[in-house]
Design a protein around this ligand. Structure first.
Ligand SMILES: Cc1cc2nc3c(=O)[nH]c(=O)nc-3n(C[C@H](O)[C@H](O)[C@H](O)COP(=O)(O)OP(=O)(O)OC[C@H]3O[C@@H](n4cnc5c(N)ncnc54)[C@H](O)[C@@H]3O)c2cc1C
Length: 431
């Protein structure tokens, strides 16, 4: 069968790999060679290869761990205990273990105890269906109390979802508590995994296997998808039109609506699946700024909401002793900051870094790169299960596997790989 996969992110490459292994003729379309691996692809900055957007995996991410092994990269997989923190009330507080929560004096003692119990209670919930009808906000206020919500959870929800924070479903936060607990040994720190040299190595390896099995890659943006005359699906990219028996699209549903002719009802449903965008500055510094891996910035007015000192947890000889740091902000694609010039974004982020770390001056920066992702995080609202699109679309032979279809888990490479493999099964069913 001739199949086209649109998008060479984790989902598209997992699907292409599964289809190529079954002997199908796979063509993968990707906007540009630089985009191989999608959001989880790598970049080269100041002589070192790092992820474009910061990535780690959890010990419970069984699919990606087994795929890394299957393609012969397990010698590159490293596991480390992370030191995390929260920047709040003008200072950084360690926030790695339950003991750190008990020492988090921004919250009253009853607030800390209720927060700890809420996290524990969430982990024992097996049936999440009841949480579908309650917002994360209401569920947190009911369980952890208003103080904990205002000082801890609201800034965290705001940092990811902004104006959409109040509409985020209880399932989303429940799943976060469950996931983070599953990667922790007892009361200790979280164990996080990284592929030395960046996760791009995994996606490069999948691409090589697809090629070795007779597949091909066309680095060109697909501008149109439609029904082909003799059955099947047509794909147009770079002015060239080709026909396939089946086509799998792996980017956002609203992008699909932009390029494919779908029924108005389907398009309305697909466009309602909102995503947040992300702006991420990768910064190379002459020296270490902290001993944290991850610092959530829960401070009103901060231009970025996450500080990740990647080189603290996953140092590499190619870093040459310099700090590799990510500064990240989720926002609406219509936000002026998303469209601002790179220099303007870097100035705002680096100036604020000097607020968090008063020793830091912009002169400590050796290099930086600003990256934007328009579709970075689906907004998972109430009763999301009823809004999820099936793999099959209303155009015969056209399928979709996107981040918005991952549920009750949140997006992540592990789930993109599972979804890509399952979509490949759907594409093959009935042939
Ligand atoms: C800031 C940030 C941090 C993250 N941190 C982690 C983490 O720590 N751990 C983790 O596991 N996950 C993390 N993730 C999530 C992870 O990156 C995603 O879940 C995963 O990479 C999604 O893969 P995907 O294939 O579904 O989508 P994408 O990676 O978005 O791939 C879609 C691909 O389709 C291409 N495309 C779109 N339209 C077209 C078109 N018309 N023609 C051709 N090509 C097209 C795009 O260029 C892209 O390459 C993070 C994401 C972000 C944004």
């Amino acid at each position: 069968m001739r199949v086209a996969v649109i998008g060479a992110g984790a989902g598209g490459l997992a699907a292409g790999y599964a289809l190529a292994k079954r002997g199908h003729g796979v063509t993968v379309y990707e906007k540009s060679e630089e985009s191989l691996g999608g959001l989880a692809g790598s970049q080269t900055l100041a002589g070192a290869v790092v992820d474009k957007f910061y990535h780690h995996i959890f010990t419970s991410d069984a699919e990606i761990i087994s795929l890394i092994d299957e393609v012969g990269l397990s010698d590159k997989l490293v596991w480390k205990n992370a030191k995390n923190g929260i920047y709040s009330g003008g200072r950084a507080h360690p926030f790695t273990t339950p003991a750190d929560l008990m020492r988090f004096t921004e919250l009253s003692l009853p607030g800390r105890l209720r927060t700890g119990l809420t996290v524990l209670r969430a982990k024992s919930v097996r049936d999440y269906s009841r949480l579908e009808n309650v917002s994360a906000r209401d569920w947190l206020i009911r369980n952890a109390g208003r103080e904990s919500y205002a000082k801890l959870w609201r800034p965290l929800l705001d940092s990811k979802f902004g104006d959409d924070a109040d509409g985020v479903g209880g399932v989303w936060i429940w799943n976060k508590f469950k996931l983070r607990g599953s990667t922790r040994r007892g009361l200790g720190a979280e164990s996080l995994g990284y592929l030395r040299g960046g996760f791009g190595a995994l996606y490069g390896r999948l691409a090589d296997i697809i090629l070795a099995r007779g597949g091909r890659f066309l680095f060109s943006e697909v501008t149109s998808v439609g029904a082909a005359n003799g059955g099947g699906v047509s794909v147009t990219a770079g002015g060239e039109r080709a026909e396939y028996e089946k086509v799998l699209f792996t980017a956002s549903p609203s992008e699909l609506c932009r390029i494919a002719r779908l029924s108005p009802e389907y398009a309305e449903r697909a466009r309602a699946l909102k995503y947040k965008a992300n702006v991420c500055v990768t910064l190379v510094t002459k020296r270490r700024l902290s001993d944290y891996y991850w610092l959530t910035v829960a401070q009103p007015g901060a231009p970025f909401v996450v500080f990740i000192e990647h080189s603290n947890l996953f140092p590499d000889p190619s870093f040459g002793g310099r700090g590799y740091i990510f500064l990240s902000r989720y926002l609406d694609p219509g936000d002026a900051l998303f469209r601002a010039a790179d220099g303007e974004i870097a100035d705002a982020f680096l100036n604020y870094l000097g607020v968090i770390f008063p020793d830091f001056t912009p002169g400590d920066a050796d290099a930086y790169r600003v990256l934007r992702a328009e579709y970075a995080q689906p907004v998972v609202g109430l009763r999301h299960s009823a809004r999820i699109l099936p793999f099959e679309t209303t155009l015969n032979g056209l399928y979709i596997a996107s981040m918005s279809q991952i549920y009750p888990e949140d997006r992540g490479q592990n789930y993109a790989l599972i979804s890509g493999r399952a979509a490949a099964d759907a594409v093959c069913s009935g042939i």
